[in-house]
Design a protein around this ligand. Structure first.
Ligand code: SAH
Ligand code: TYD
Ligand code: ZN
Length: 405
């Protein structure tokens, strides 16, 4: 049994995907085979209930110069971050000379709105190429891993932060003790730490097993984040469910006693108890469901192949690495995946080496079926690609179960 990275308790493993490559390592034909592999397995801490991976991937293997993910790839996400930045400007950042730090600022999609309002800000992100996109938009970025030493340096140079914001990033960071020591060094006395991430409750409800991959070291719930905050000397004071990425949650964390916790916190803790989010039975059912989904998906792809149907993938997501490699889906079943990200195009997916082609290739010609790996952006993509359905095309989805749409 592994030791919980949050509380030191025992982690009870519930699913083992076996040997898996780093999910965002889109290789060139020349570098194919150089992917870093690890054992992808998830468990739940029997003490603090934090769902986490059993094995940790060295951070430099995931986040580096060549890291391809860009927040700006979805118009919905762009609007989502713009709206929240405007809300922060009207609330937490409305005092005299406010300062906000973003952990995992990526291409600056969120901070761009803050920069335009002329508010002091700093993004922190170790992935050099995406950080350069942010800089090109005038956003101030430090290319580094956020941890306690980075935070102390920022505090010394820029002073205390009124807001520390982090979306879809703290779940990627096993060393939360160092993160919270950093937050303690950097956050103003009455400041707020806002975390946003995929929500465990939605993942379990929708059997979204592909949310389990190297970068998602933790899958947060309100109960586990509440305990995590407490363990590291903070307090969870508010939560807000979000629809993005198939179901997310926004957590507001403050120094203890500084803010009155909202009713929503207790409501979600109660709801999670009723849902059985900490119960072994839930994970047993989830695991049986994963095996069922994977079998149905591979059977469907093999059937379509046997019938001579054309099938391609859509959205070379990090999530897809788990599905493709665990199910053993190779280029013979899925000749290519279309994706709008320049840095992924012309590359091969990690492990199974399926070529990634530009979105424009989707209609040249349309396939009969398209496996939607970016199911969390289904509405946006299906609207954009209405021509596919008009031409008689069918989407294949595997969340919450394998079905055609
Ligand atoms: N916040 C953006 C990006 C999420 S992708 C969004 O929600 O769309 C995760 C980002 O976290 C990547 O850009 C990665 O380089 C960055 N990251 C990973 N570890 C980090 C760390 N320790 N400190 C700061 N950023 C980190
Ligand atoms: P996403 O699901 O946001 O994240 P992750 O990689 O963490 O699983 O990734 C969406 C991918 O889909 C990304 O590579 C961009 C691509 N995409 C398109 O090709 N077209 C689109 O219209 C959208 C919204 C995304
Ligand atoms: Zn624990």
């Amino acid at each position: 049994m592994a030791e919980c990275r949050i509380c030191g308790g025992a982690v009870d493993e519930f699913f083992d995907f076996g040997r898996q490559p780093v999910s965002d390592s889109f290789v060139t034909p020349e570098t194919a085979g150089s992917e870093f592999y690890f054992r992808l397995a998830a468990g739940i801490c029997t003490s603090c209930t934090m769902v986490q991976l059993m094995e940790e991937v060295p951070r430099e293997q995931m986040f580096h110069e060549d890291y391809p993910y860009r927040s700006n790839g979805s118009a919905v996400m762009h609007r989502h971050f713009e709206d929240y930045a405007n809300r922060l400007l009207a609330t937490e950042l409305s005092g005299a000379d406010p300062f906000i730090v973003e952990i995992g600022s990526n291409d600056g999609t969120m901070l761009k709105t803050i920069q335009k309002a002329d508010v002091r800000h700093l993004g922190v992100d170790p992935s050099a190429q995406v950080a350069d996109f942010a800089r090109a938009d005038g956003v101030r970025v430090r290319t580094a891993f956020f941890e306690d030493s980075t935070a102390r340096e920022i505090a010394a140079a820029d002073g205390a932060a009124d807001v520390i914001f982090s979306a879809n990033t703290t779940s990627h960071i096993p060393y939360m003790d160092s993160i919270f020591r950093g937050v303690d060094a950097l956050l103003a006395a009455d400041g707020v730490l806002v975390l946003e991430d995929r929500y465990l409750g939605s993942i379990m409800e929708q059997r979204a097993f592909d949310q389990i991959y190297d970068e998602h070291f933790y899958l947060f719930s309100v109960s586990s984040v509440q305990k995590m905050a407490e363990i590291f000397g903070f307090e969870l004071v508010d939560v807000e469910p979000l629809t993005v990425h198939g179901g997310s949650m926004r957590y507001s964390i403050a120094r203890p006693g500084k803010r009155t916790p909202s009713a929503a916190v207790t409501e979600f803790v109660d709801r999670e108890r009723t849902q059985g989010l900490a119960s072994p039975e839930t994970y047993k059912q989830f695991s049986a469901g994963v095996l069922k989904s994977c079998k149905e998906l591979t059977d469907l792809l093999k059937d379509l192949h046997a019938q001579g149907r054309t099938v391609v993938g859509y959205g070379a997501t990090a999530k897809s690495a788990t599905v493709i490699n665990y199910c053993g889906i190779g280029p013979e079943l899925l000749p290519y995946i279309c994706d709008s990200t320049l840095a992924k195009q012309g590359r091969l997916t990690p492990g199974m080496h399926i070529p990634v082609r530009p979105s424009e290739a989707f209609s040249e010609p349309y396939p009969e079926y398209a496996l939607l790996f970016a199911w969390n952006h289904a509405e946006e993509i299906m609207a954009k690609e209405q021509g596919f359905r008009d031409a008689g095309g069918k989407w294949i989805l595997y969340v919450p179960e394998v079905h055609l749409a």
